[in-house]
Design a protein around this ligand. Structure first.
Ligand code: HAM
Length: 428
């Protein structure tokens, strides 16, 4: 047996989010939360672990996600469960399970949390990542599709991203899509040998996915393929036209992408993705993706209910933010440092800190330190303006000394007044 101990490390494609990086994630969360609140979306959280059946039926058994990327396992009781690869089927399950169909429609929900996909790790592609999303259930109006796109775009704008491009397409519905699929199948069948091995397989399962293929080999064949946009039924055509008319009223830059089909089974009509264009091209995949899914509620056992939504990749957005100079959000960093000296002061410091916490004033301390010099040095290094010096004498006299580190002046206050005094000072 080897005596060398293997180092235990985080799993491939899974990452720690360290304190230094939290500001990027917080910026995304705050933007999502603010926009969701403004548009009256209610937050929902669902279990990370779900019945595997939910994604076979919801996301689709033939999709890449379900075929290749799910973390599926059996519990001790023998149930097949999955770490959610996406939220949408879970949201629909919750909508049905909690009778939300009887509430005034539409029901608007938002979420934020981890997802898991066993993908080959690369730039912007992880095995554990965070998604946020907005879902509108119970409304078939094209204005809802546009509102989802607008909210998605606004999240990125609010997080201060630039050079964004929305790509949009319509993939029809059960009336027009089967006919188009047949058309597409015939086109690709006659060019089968020019397709990559994956697409040759896709030809049997779902020829629409070939349109989404990124392989060099397939690009040429795709160029002349029939486009679904020219084969939409009247209902889908009118719906798409209206979505675009709504978008035209906004300042959102969009372009039609006839190859955009999205890799999940549930979409009907509108599909869209948002990218960041950089001078070096697109460095990661889509920042957000979504669309309409009018059949999913029914597929999962609910009433016929139209719906649409979007999900965004938090790590991908955070990666863009990391490349930019970020002005900090309104800082809640401490402006006060409590330096204590001696046993009595140390003991009384606990109560004093609690008084500051209750007054919602952030304060920094290192109670384990005994040396005043090292505590002052620390406050200095952190650039903290106010240091409260609480020594043996002050503790006995129920007083405390305030030193202004900018000019070195000191003042003594009654201990019982200090929270009030500091509130006034940091407000200035
Ligand atoms: P999706 O396109 O599979 O759609 O994922 C949405 C976003 O999640 C992507 O645009 C990307 O930013 C992020 N994402 C996906 N996979 C990864 C990964 N491996 N690593 C990092 N980020 C990733 C959905 O999940 C649908 N549920 C969206 C939706 C909501 N449609 C309607 N409502």
């Amino acid at each position: 047996m080897s005596t060398k101990k293997a180092k235990i490390q985080s799993l491939s494609g899974m990452h720690d989010i360290l304190p230094i990086d939290q500001k990027y994630f917080q910026r995304v969360f705050k933007a999502v939360e603010g926009i969701a609140h403004f548009y009256n979306f209610g937050r929902i959280e669902t279990p990370i672990l779900e019945d595997a059946e939910l994604f076979y039926k919801g996301t689709g058994a033939d999709t890449e996600i379900v075929e290749k990327q799910m973390y599926t396992f059996r519990t001790k009781g023998g149930d097949a469960v999955v770490l959610r690869p996406e939220w949408t089927p879970s949201i629909v399950r919750a909508y049905i399970e909690h009778g939300m169909q009887t509430m005034p429609q539409p029901v608007k929900l938002w979420y934020y949390g981890p997802c898991f996909r066993y993908e080959r790790p690369q730039a912007g592609r992880y095995r554990q990542f965070h998604q946020f999303g907005f879902e509108i259930m119970g409304d078939k109006s094209p204005s809802m599709d546009s509102q989802i796109i607008q909210m998605s775009y606004d999240v990125l704008k609010e997080a201060r991203l630039k050079n964004l491009m929305v790509e949009i397409n319509s993939i029809g519905d059960s009336e027009c899509r089967p006919y188009f699929k047949k058309n597409l199948m015939n086109y690709f069948k006659s060019r089968r040998s020019s397709l990559c091995p994956d697409c040759q397989r896709r030809l049997k399962q779902n020829p629409l996915r070939i349109l989404d293929c990124k392989e060099e080999k397939c690009q040429k064949v795709k160029t002349d393929a029939p486009q679904i946009i020219n084969h939409l039924c009247e209902g889908c055509h009118n719906h798409f036209k209206k979505v675009l008319e709504f978008l035209d009223e906004t300042e959102i830059p969009y372009s039609l992408n006839p190859y955009l089909v999205r890799g999940l089974d549930y979409y009907t009509k509108t599909v869209f993705e948002i990218f960041e264009n950089t001078p070096e091209g697109r460095l990661q995949g889509a920042l957000l993706g979504g669309g309409r899914y009018d059949n999913l509620v029914k597929t999962l056992g609910g009433r016929d209910t139209p719906a649409c939504g979007v999900a965004g990749g938090v790590e991908r957005i955070a990666n863009v933010l990391k490349t930019k100079e970020l002005k900090p959000l309104k800082s809640d960093d401490a402006k006060i440092f409590l330096a204590q000296l001696g046993d009595l002061a140390k003991k009384k410091s606990l109560k004093l800190l609690e008084e500051f916490r209750r007054a919602k004033i952030q304060i920094m301390e290192v109670l384990s330190k005994d040396s005043l010099k090292s505590q002052l040095g620390m406050a200095n290094k952190l650039g903290i303006k106010y240091v409260l010096i609480f020594g043996q004498k002050e503790a006995l006299d129920r007083e405390i000394v305030l030193r202004d580190m900018d000019n070195g002046t000191q003042e003594t206050f009654k201990l019982s007044d200090i929270v009030k005094e500091m509130k006034k000072k940091i407000k200035k």
